[in-house]
Write a protein that binds this ligand. Structure first.
Ligand SMILES: [Fe+2]
Ligand SMILES: [Fe+2]
Length: 254
């Protein structure tokens, strides 16, 4: 019952976010930035999977991880290529630069995976949820990109791979941990929720501190600026001309 309710809640949240996603992907500069950001995340995921392949003693898993790593590297190249193509058609470079955008974190960007710290079953549970989230999010972005067919095609291709990753990580998790896979999935889910909460809290803290500084700027600075201007008017600073009498008296002295 609980998973069904959680699924329905997530579906409701995603439906409410759909207009927001449409707006986010409408702007070409922002679209380019996000694709370049996704490219970084995918390449990072590929490196994690190579590390996981090096560490596992299970030959079947090693083959899966290596193939998965190749897929993630290809995704990185697809995103980078499309992001760069969008940047080239912009009349001028985007002003806001090349920064992360928390509205659409993409695959594993949220999670900062440390392969060495996880047992292989916990790693598979983690990967399964990340791939599931990526497949769902990328399908959603594809659906709001009717105005940009090349970018939509990139997502279309990547979503197919993410669905495969989601399925193989689940079947391998059940194989290596037939008794505990559900518990591992719940633990991984709670870990993701906690990291999501931290991410939101950091964003909120940033917003609140910006608001406080803006209020202080407009309430505390104007009185100081006023008094500084007034005293500058009363007592002009800098070099002042010397009168002729004072000049003559100085000449006599020296
Ligand atoms: Fe990917
Ligand atoms: Fe993937």
């Amino acid at each position: 019952m609980a998973p069904i309710l959680a699924g329905l809640l997530m579906e409701l949240i995603r439906s409410l976010l759909r207009p927001l996603h449409r707006w986010v992907w409408l702007d070409t500069a922002r679209r380019a930035r996000k694709l370049l950001r996704f490219a970084e995340t995918e390449a990072d995921g590929g490196r994690d999977l190579v590390r996981a392949a090096e560490m596992t003693t299970d030959s079947l898993l090693r083959r899966h991880f290596l193939r998965h790593a190749r897929d993630e590297q290809r995704h990185a190249e697809l995103f980078r290529g499309r992001g760069a193509a969008l940047l080239r058609v912009l009349p001028e470079p985007p002003r806001s630069g090349y920064r992360a955008d928390w509205l659409a974190p993409g695959e594993r960007g949220l999670d900062d995976l440390r392969v060495e710290e996880l047992e292989v079953d916990a790693l598979l549970a983690f990967l399964h949820l990340s791939e599931k989230s990526a497949a769902t999010d990328f399908a959603r972005y594809r659906d709001v990109l009717q105005h940009d067919p090349p970018t939509r095609a990139v997502f279309e291709e990547i979503v197919r791979d993410e669905a495969h990753h989601m399925n193989y990580t689940f079947s391998q998790l059940v194989r290596v941990s037939p008794q505990h896979h559900r518990r591992l999935l719940w633990r991984a889910r709670l870990g993701r929720l906690w990291k999501g909460y931290l991410r939101l809290a950091i964003a909120l803290a940033g917003g609140i501190s910006w608001l406080i500084l803006t209020v202080l700027y407009f309430t505390l600075l104007p009185p100081f600026a006023y008094f500084a201007k007034r005293s500058a008017r009363q007592e002009p600073a800098g070099w002042r001309p010397v009168s002729a009498e004072r000049n003559a008296s100085l000449d006599r002295q020296y």
